[in-house]
Design a binder for this molecule. Structure first.
Ligand SMILES: Cc1cc2nc3c(=O)[nH]c(=O)nc-3n(C[C@H](O)[C@H](O)[C@H](O)COP(=O)(O)OP(=O)(O)OC[C@H]3O[C@@H](n4cnc5c(N)ncnc54)[C@H](O)[C@@H]3O)c2cc1C
Length: 409
């Protein structure tokens, strides 16, 4: 098959589906492809915290502000793709009180509504909280169901005219005289010609970059998540200490998801899955939430963060690499026309990343229409049953919310 499109988006995670939606809403002819089912990459394997920004408030002001802005927007547009639980930051007896105070003040400074409550009040909502809780603040964290979010975003893009192809791996980028002009796609799809190609392949961005002859220095880190049976937690729990292994517990309907770790990997497809990371995550989460030590495990899964780390941006250890995002216009950066990459970021900020990438591409293509993605609700986002049908249609099969999808009675 020979196919032509104005923009070919490679990568059907949160970022790629967000870009397809944004550009299709501006009136562009868009095709989105993924090598597997949509969301098969990091998006479907994330921990699923809808960040309020409190986690980064004292260390990364810009990142924290991005999170609270996007948190508000997703509450408006994403309906049943998210769950508005609220979150606690919990300081245990051994945790530094100055760190807690610094985080609290930084939240207020960045317009993240944070409110102190007593350990007794916190225990009323979470009776199983650890005994040695000293201080608690409430922040507007929530839960993202990544499969539904990707399905609703892709369906919205399709409503605006985009063509969506899961199970369509790019094996080669077609180049002509310093310009990327299309892609060779496996599984019987053939060649797709495009005026502009977007690399939204997350942790795999370096591989697609190689096909275009540009160097994209990714430094992916793996993390483990453990889902357990536990009915009755309705609020996100964060440990109020410098980000470390095992300091977040995410509530689902009848399960909790513990996480996570951060260890650098060479290859986002082949990496070690170490038992110590599972044990440590359970132990650490159980310090704050003791049922985690005993609750029956339902699934353990791993994901790889799409961290971008050019030499000048490195700040030290794996947790120090920026979680911010970068739009790389390869014409400006490398002299390769028709090719843009978007790397880094968080699922919480995927819409903002998509808007920034779409702005850059629209400008390259001479399109004046602004982004319209902040106000209009995502397609079917109020209807969990329809969302779960879309999840099946787009072949979305991520472990992150496997217990939630299809559970509507
Ligand atoms: C352990 C862990 C926990 C996390 N927790 C959170 C959290 O709680 N909250 C939060 O906001 N963020 C979290 N994140 C970060 C977040 O999940 C990611 O930043 C985000 O999902 C990345 O989305 P993406 O679309 O950029 O990449 P991906 O979802 O990885 O999408 C890239 C897609 O490109 C496709 N692809 C690759 N190569 C090709 C090819 N050759 N041809 C076609 N398709 C290709 C892949 O199949 C993949 O689907 C977490 C990440 C990890 C690893």
């Amino acid at each position: 098959m020979m196919h032509s499109t104005e923009v070919l988006v490679v990568g059907g995670g949160g970022t790629g589906t967000g870009i397809a939606r944004d550009l299709a809403m501006r009136g562009l002819d868009v095709t989105l492809i993924d090598r597997g089912g949509l969301g098969i990459g990091t998006t479907g394997r994330s921990h699923g915290l809808l960040h309020s920004g409190a986690r980064y408030a004292e260390s990364d002001a810009a990142g924290a502000r991005e999170c609270i802005v996007e948190n508000d927007i997703l509450r408006d547009i994403a309906g049943e793709c998210i769950r508005d639980t609220g979150g606690y930051f919990v300081r245990l007896a051994d945790d530094d009180p100055e760190y807690f105070e610094e985080k609290y003040q930084a939240c207020l400074e960045h317009d993240i509504p944070a409110e102190r409550i007593s350990p007794e009040e916190a225990r009323e909502a979470v009776p199983d909280l650890a005994e040695d809780v000293e201080e608690v603040m409430v922040v507007p964290d929530g839960v993202i169901y990544p499969s539904r979010l990707v399905a609703a975003t892709a369906a919205d893009a399709r409503e605006h005219g985009a063509a969506i192809y899961p199970d369509a791996p790019v094996t080669e980028l077609l180049r002509d005289d310093g310009r990327v002009i299309g892609a060779a796609v496996d599984h019987g799809i053939g060649k797709i010609h495009a005026d502009h190609i977007v690399n939204a392949t997350g942790a795999w961005a370096g591989q697609l970059g190689d096909m275009a002859g540009v160097d994209i220095e990714m430094k992916p880190t793996r993390g483990v998540m453990i889902a357990q049976e536990y009915d009755g937690l309705d609020i996100v729990l964060n440990r109020a200490r410098d980000p470390d292994d095992g300091d977040i517990v995410i509530p689902h309907a009848e399960q909790v998801v513990l996480g996570t770790t951060s260890v650098e990997v060479e290859d986002p497809d082949e990496y070690e899955k170490a038992d110590w990371e599972i044990e440590r995550t359970i132990e650490e989460c159980a310090e704050m939430f003791p049922p985690a030590a005993e609750a029956p495990e339902t699934r353990t899964y791993w994901g790889v963060r799409p961290l971008y780390a050019p030499e000048e941006a490195e700040t030290g250890g794996a947790r120090g690499i920026s979680r911010g995002f970068f739009v790389l216009d390869h014409e400006e950066r490398d002299g390769v026309e028709g090719f843009t990459s978007v790397v880094g970021g968080k699922l919480t900020t995927h819409r903002m990343m998509a808007e920034a990438a779409a702005d850059s591409i629209a400008e390259r293509l001479g399109v004046d229409e602004p982004s319209q993605t902040t106000e209009k609700p995502l397609y079917a986002s109020q209807d969990p049953e329809q969302l779960d049908e879309l999840v099946a249609e787009f072949d979305i099969d991520g472990p992150s919310d496997a217990d939630v999808i299809g559970s509507v009675q």
